[in-house]
Design a protein around this ligand. Structure first.
Ligand SMILES: [Mg+2]
Ligand SMILES: [Zn+2]
Length: 244
């Protein structure tokens, strides 16, 4: 097993500095709003909502849900992707979170069912540090790669009875996790539950927060990213404290 020397500026109080692996959902997790929902509402009205309700009730996989939702969009590719990027406001503290993760020699990946083109445009616009993005390709079957649309999910996603074939984010976690890693998962939706179940610590908003609470997972609320490292350090200190 390869080992990496800890950076000299790693926290001196830890016996062996933690090696962090952060898996982050994009939409509604790193952004203050649900950009997909905003764009769907704008171009397709309320038609996306019954599909979302089916997904949240575990009656439809999140993958099938989002694929069927993008099929509702009649707008051109430029309009649709433009609306997604326009709606994307970064969560407070996001850039600082990545800076601190880099300082701790951690690794971060984006794992999203969302549209890679929109995520990459957001990333460039916000000047965030380079990151691996596992996300979906928006395939336009019409003229100029326009509507009707469907999605091709990242091939890094895996099979899962809950998420469906080739749609489970936990496969990325299993592929990237090295022995000894402290795995942090950040999410807000039904598709983030499988990786959250395998994380050491999850930061959750919205529906995922409800699911984490219901399942008794180790999780913290994620109002934004300003308090994440304080929460991680507090959790690490408690975890390494002698029992009793
Ligand atoms: Mg999300
Ligand atoms: Zn799954």
């Amino acid at each position: 097993m390869p080992t990496h020397d800890a950076p000299s500026h790693a926290p001196a109080d830890a016996a062996s500095p933690a090696r962090f692996l952060a898996l982050l959902d994009y939409d509604g997790t790193m952004t203050t709003h649900e950009c997909n929902e905003i764009a769907l509402q704008r171009f397709a009205g309320d038609a996306w909502k019954p599909l979302e309700a089916e997904s949240k009730a575990d009656r439809m996989s999140h993958a099938e849900c989002f694929d069927r939702q993008v099929r509702l969009i009649p707008a051109s590719r430029t309009q649709f992707v433009g609306a997604l990027v326009e709606a994307a406001e970064p969560s407070p503290g996001l850039a600082e979170f990545f800076a601190e993760l880099a300082r701790r020699a951690g690794r971060a990946v984006v794992v999203s069912a969302g549209i890679r083109e929109a995520i990459a445009a957001f990333w460039g616009r916000e000047g965030l540090p380079p990151i691996e993005i596992y996300a979906s390709e928006l395939i336009g079957e019409g003229p100029d790669a326009g509507p009707p649309y469907h999605l091709e999910f990242s091939p890094a996603l895996g099979d899962c009875p809950r998420c469906g074939p080739k749609s489970c984010k936990a496969a990325v976690l299993r592929a990237l996790r090295r022995p000894g890693d402290v795995v942090l998962v950040f999410g807000d939706g039904a598709s983030d539950l499988c990786p959250a179940r395998e994380a050491d610590l999850t930061f959750a908003r919205g529906h995922l927060a409800e699911r984490c609470a219901a399942e008794g997972l180790e999780w913290r609320p994620l109002p934004d990213f300003t308090h994440v490292w304080a929460d991680v350090d507090e959790w690490m200190a408690r975890r390494s404290a002698p029992a009793g």
